[in-house]
Design a protein around this ligand. Structure first.
Ligand code: NAP
Length: 366
């Protein structure tokens, strides 16, 4: 069970509603989720600058739309758990341009500005949780960010803080010890390619850190399709996805689910609200075995994906060369045409001069 709670003292749900990747549908889908009973919400700020926020509309997280929905709801703010994130510069990189670099001189300043922007976007005086989404920030610069999180907490502007996309348990334990109290939440992909042995969730369990996961269902296709999962589901008259989400919850994982359909929203809500009976040990063990298998498969898929990307890159380079050859050919052809036109103009001028001379002579002789 999660130890985090809302201001009104309600323990947060077993599942957090993810607002990412919904673009212009964000507000409408969040309205629906709130109406159905979701009270824990995950968001992220992708744009620091209001003037550039239009450019980031093509990106997936529309925090202002989350704010729009929150400003329309009649649910008291203190009953909601609202979490957002600072998205570090390296996260923007694959999308540059048009994604703007963050404001501020350094990551610390950018993180502070991002926090203030999130308050504004979400139309709230405080955040329940604020995370640093920083896969490539180094240990040292991360310490500065974690110290900032601690300061924000002391100012009572945020209640819980943490990190996203942390690669190794060594980095996590180093940071957890370097800045005590700063890491209360870790948000990672469920089957993290950097942590195939699931050491990070174990560390979180042992150290009282809440462990959020994304790609929980999308990265677990073999688990939900497995006959063992299906038979557990059939026995309990629930879906295989519900079985797996329940397994996560009992493993002290808090999945983020961003379902768009009402059917899936309702199915995940039953797990979020603890309405499904706990799985017995033997089912938990069987599902743990499937987790290990899925991890191996995902790593294999990751490797083949890498190969595919390399081939794609080579193809792109080939195309680039073709394009540059074509460009050179075009330039040469244009220059040739220009030369030809110059010659024609020159000849025309000479002919005109000749004609003018001839006319002058004729006029004189008349
Ligand atoms: N920190 C990060 O770097 C990061 C990265 C990625 C995502 N996130 C967060 O994580 C959230 C979740 O994203 P996600 O990529 O894990 O996927 P997701 O948005 O939860 O959806 C995954 C798929 O699962 C389906 N689904 C959801 N609930 C289901 C259920 N109970 N039964 C059957 N199918 C179900 C959805 O279908 P329908 O949509 O058709 O209902 C969708 O096709 C995002 O919204 C975002 O907030 C964070």
């Amino acid at each position: 069970m999660s130890r985090l709670s809302t201001v009104s003292g309600k323990q947060i749900q077993n599942i957090i509603y993810g607002t990412g990747y919904k673009r212009w549908r964000t507000a409408r889908l969040l309205n629906e989720a709130l109406a159905l009973g979701y009270r824990s919400i995950d968001s992220a700020n992708w744009s620091m600058s209001r003037s550039l926020s239009l450019l980031t509309l093509v990106k997936n997280s529309f925090e202002t739309y989350v704010g729009l929905s929150l400003s329309q709801t009649t649910i008291p703010r203190e009953d909601l758990f609202v979490q957002s994130k600072f998205v570090s510069q390296p996260h923007h990189t694959p999308f540059n341009p048009p994604y703007p670099p963050y404001e501020g001189q350094n990551a610390e300043e950018a993180c502070h500005l991002s926090f203030l922007r999130s308050l504004e976007n979400l139309k709230t005086m405080y955040l329940d949780a604020f995370l640093v989404n920083a896969p490539e920030i180094t240990g040292d610069s991360m310490v500065a960010l974690l110290n900032l999180l601690v300061r924000l907490k002391a100012e009572k502007r945020v209640r819980y803080t943490g990190l996203c996309n942390i690669a190794s348990v060594d980095t996590l334990s180093y940071l957890h010890e370097a800045v005590p109290g700063a890491i209360q939440i870790v948000q990672n992909p469920l089957h993290s390619p950097w942590d195939p042995e699931y050491k990070i969730p174990r560390y979180c369990r042992e150290n009282g850190i809440q462990y959020n996961t994304f790609y929980t269902l999308t990265g677990s296709d073999r688990i939900v399709r497995n006959p063992t999962t299906e038979s557990i589901a059939e026995e309990r008259t629930i879906t295989a996805q519900q079985v797996f989400l329940q397994y996560c919850v009992q493993s002290q994982i808090t999945p983020l689910v961003g379902a768009r359909s009402q059917k899936n929203l309702l199915s995940s809500l039953a797990i979020a609200n603890g309405e499904v009976d706990p799985l017995p040990n033997e089912d938990m063990k069987a599902l743990s075995r499937l987790m290990a298998e899925q991890s191996v498969i995902n790593r294999y898929r990751g490797a083949t994906l890498l190969e595919r990307q390399m081939k794609q890159l080579k193809k792109e380079k080939g195309r680039e060369k073709m394009r540059s050859d074509q460009a050179r050919f075009l330039q040469d052809a244009l220059a040739e045409r220009e030369r030809g036109e110059q010659e024609v103009v020159q000849k025309a001028k000479e002919r005109a001069k000749k004609l003018a001379d001839q006319l002058r002579e004729e006029n004189v002789s008349v």
